[in-house]
Write a protein that binds this ligand. Structure first.
Ligand SMILES: Nc1ncnc2c1ncn2[C@@H]1O[C@H](COP(=O)(O)OP(=O)(O)OP(=O)(O)O)[C@@H](O)[C@H]1O
Ligand SMILES: [Mg+2]
Length: 427
């Protein structure tokens, strides 16, 4: 008896000691409880107990996985706390929630949940993890949190971060992690990153830190998405958008959180591209409920054969009848327009001279300034618009170029699509 009671007390001491270690050591917790072995750079971040942390990171480096591990460790070891994770889009918040649930479901923690919904996990210790999309901030109002993590902060409206999210920590003296792939320099994420506000620990995670990302993969991406997007998305550099015709500040005001999908009777713009550029197709449709145009479809790809891309367009037309298709008929565009007409598509050819470029891009800019057009939150599309630069010509007009290593084809396709918004044009 004596032996066993000694054994009991020493085993309960041992258990207490082990639990204490798990609480104190997020790495041990990740390994033993979640079955997740963080890479060195993820370990560093998980061990940081600072209250203000910013991570400027590349794609696929393991941001969301680290956030999931941090949130679970924090919630399960700090009773009665609220961890709020805000993602840039609904889709990202659903994926992150799933990541957290996968960790929990495959660990002993699955038995320590009191409640779970599609956005909330409540533990037996009274703590909660809530995962929500940022949107325009409406769904976030009313929360207060002990730990706030922003996943892809650079893609959230600055006023939502400043006026809705950061004040949530006022009453709790809480902590904040901001993690994101970088974007432009006219945003709070950049200003925090360069140290304008003081007190933030900074981590720099280019994608190549991850042992899972190979040089071959990065090389392939460079060819596929262009040098500049690689510099931003994989090397985690901010975009220098001086003399951008569509600055991010303007674009962000028109971004909504939605997935474009094929709609009947949309109007399409098609920039067939060339040897160096991509073939790009964009659909827009007027939404009478909100009184605005909305981008409903886009696709840009390097195109070996135009007949193939034309068949793809014909297929779209069969599935969701196009109202009209406005095509750049300069250069290779001429025969493409003929071919599309033969296929029976409602084609209008437009010669993209410098003058017409100025007109259509100017019109697009005006619509964006007046918020008459809604865009989805997608880096490829935003980059195609944002990379267009302009300079004044001696005659007072504009000349357009695009930054080295970028593609602007979706911007022209979009500008073509909204060129003739009035039905009267066809009459
Ligand atoms: N420590 C790790 N060990 C093994 N695999 C990992 C580790 N960290 C992340 N991964 C894997 O790397 C991939 C990318 O991770 P994650 O989705 O967290 O990255 P991300 O930076 O959020 O990506 P994105 O830029 O697409 O949002 C996933 O398949 C994930 O499971
Ligand atoms: Mg992620």
């Amino acid at each position: 008896m004596r032996g066993s009671s000694i054994g009991d007390s020493s085993s309960s001491n041992w258990r207490k000691e082990a639990l204490k270690k798990l609480v104190e050591d997020p790495i041990l917790f990740s390994r033993l409880v979640l079955g997740f072995k963080p890479f060195k750079y993820q370990e560093e971040l998980l061990r940081d107990e600072g209250k203000r942390i910013i991570v400027c990171a590349g794609r696929q480096v393991g941001k969301s996985t680290t956030i999931a591990a941090k949130a679970i460790h924090y919630a399960s070891t700090n009773p009665e706390t609220i961890t709020l994770i805000v993602s840039a889009t609904l889709r990202q918040s659903m994926l992150l929630f799933q990541k957290i649930m996968n960790f929990i479901d495959s660990s002993i923690l699955r038995n320590s949940l009191r409640k779970r919904t599609r956005t909330l996990i409540k533990f037996m210790n009274g703590s909660e993890i809530i995962v929500l999309p940022c949107g325009r901030g409406h769904t976030l109002r009313g929360y207060s949190a002990n730990l706030i993590i922003l996943d892809e902060a650079a893609f959230m409206p600055e006023e939502v971060i400043a006026n809705v999210i950061l004040p949530m920590m006022a009453a709790t003296d809480g902590s904040c992690w901001m993690i994101s792939t970088p974007w432009d320099t006219d945003h709070i994420f950049y200003r925090i990153w360069i140290g304008e506000y003081g007190g933030w620990s900074r981590y720099f995670w280019p994608s190549k830190l991850s042992p899972l990302i190979t040089d071959e993969f990065l090389e392939e991406q460079r060819r596929l998405i262009g040098e500049e997007r690689c510099m931003v998305e994989y090397e985690a550099n901010f975009i220098e958008e001086r003399s951008s015709f569509f600055p991010m500040k303007l674009l962000r005001r028109c971004i909504e959180d939605y997935e474009p999908r094929l709609e009947r009777n949309a109007i399409y713009g098609y920039d067939p591209g060339g040897r160096e550029s991509l073939a790009a197709l964009v659909g827009v449709k007027f939404d009478p409920r909100i009184g605005r145009w909305r981008l409903t479809f886009y696709r840009a790809e390097r195109c070996e054969s135009y007949t193939e891309f034309n068949s793809f367009i014909l297929d779209l037309h069969r599935r969701a009848k196009m109202d009209r298709l406005i095509v750049d008929e300069t250069g290779i565009g001429g025969p493409i327009v003929e071919h599309l007409k033969e296929l029976g598509l409602p084609v209008i050819g437009v010669k993209l001279t410098e003058k017409v470029k100025e007109e259509i891009l100017g019109r697009l800019k005006l619509m964006l300034e007046k918020r008459e057009l809604t865009l989805p939150n997608d880096p490829q599309l935003l980059n195609h618009l944002n990379c267009i630069q302009y300079e004044r010509t001696w005659s007072g007009g504009f000349r357009f170029t695009h930054r080295n290593g970028t593609h602007d084809d979706l911007a022209y396709a979009l500008a073509l699509a909204i060129y003739y918004p009035s039905e009267s044009f066809l009459i």
